[in-house]
Ligand binder design. Sequence first.
Ligand SMILES: Nc1nc2c(ncn2[C@@H]2O[C@H](COP(=O)(O)OP(=O)(O)OP(=O)(O)O)[C@@H](O)[C@H]2O)c(=O)[nH]1
Ligand SMILES: [Mg+2]
Length: 290
Amino acid sequence: MKLACIPAYNEENSISEIVSKSLPHVDRVVVCDDGSTDSTAKLARDAGAIVISQQNQGYGAAISSLFEYARKENAQIMVTLDGDGQHNPNQIPLLVDAIITHNVDVVIGSRFLDENTKASTYRKTGIKIITSASNYGTNFKVSDSQSGFRAYSKDAIDAIHPTEQGMSVSTEILLKISNKGLSIAEVPITISYEGDTSEQNPVSHGVGVLMNTIKYVSIKHPLQFYGIPGLGLIIVGLILGGVFLEGYLNDQTIFYGSLLGSIILFLLGAILSVTAIILFSMANLIRDRY
Ligand SMILES: Nc1nc2c(ncn2[C@@H]2O[C@H](COP(=O)(O)OP(=O)(O)OP(=O)(O)O)[C@@H](O)[C@H]2O)c(=O)[nH]1
Ligand SMILES: [Mg+2]
């Protein structure tokens, strides 16, 4: 069974059209309306969708419920797309076909493989920065880590249990795909930024997602992330300590600056190194479970 799954928060202007345009391409359309205060749920149902209603917890929580639904219904393929009209449901087969013909577990509909994408420069730059951080953690080379237009195979549906409640779920899922050894591909999709735009402040939204991406990457590679800077600080601390000792032994001069600097840097370096080792051990312990 093929599912189209649509997280939609107060999308009464667009949801009917998205549902009815998605229906011909899949067996079932599922909308998670997540406590919308407008008539999103009713319009989605009238258009032929199954509606999951829950308290509003964010985009990630909606995606997580949709994964759960797909698992419960034993879906073979799940396509997620936004309910605000930015994704074109007629492109659902592009993603589904890529899953089937290339035999991959996840297909991302990328906004940046199509020359005609009209995203603003600052949006593009923000997504590029987040995508670079995410690629560093996953070892994938995707061009759009933040796209919500994606298709998942049954193996991916079964393996991935997202926990992030907000937009950072997009990165979290990629990290989990990489950890589980699942395969990924991208296909170009078009995106429309006309009309409805999100009410969230894009800068704080972008910074939040970037910080969360860094969090995931740092947990995945703690030795590089904390261990190398930690060792660097310890070495600089030791050099400063040497400068202090040299001054003291040669002519009894006490360089308070180098003494203090040496102690502070050495302690900071030690803290970072211990953090690296603890995170590394924890990550190895829990890796198999998630
Ligand atoms: N169920 C649910 N859906 C949500 C929530 N937040 C956002 N969405 C939906 O997720 C999709 C993507 O959200 P947007 O706010 O459009 O995010 P975006 O596309 O990255 O941002 P813009 O480009 O500014 O539109 C839309 O269909 C939203 O309705 C939520 O809390 N619950
Ligand atoms: Mg949107």
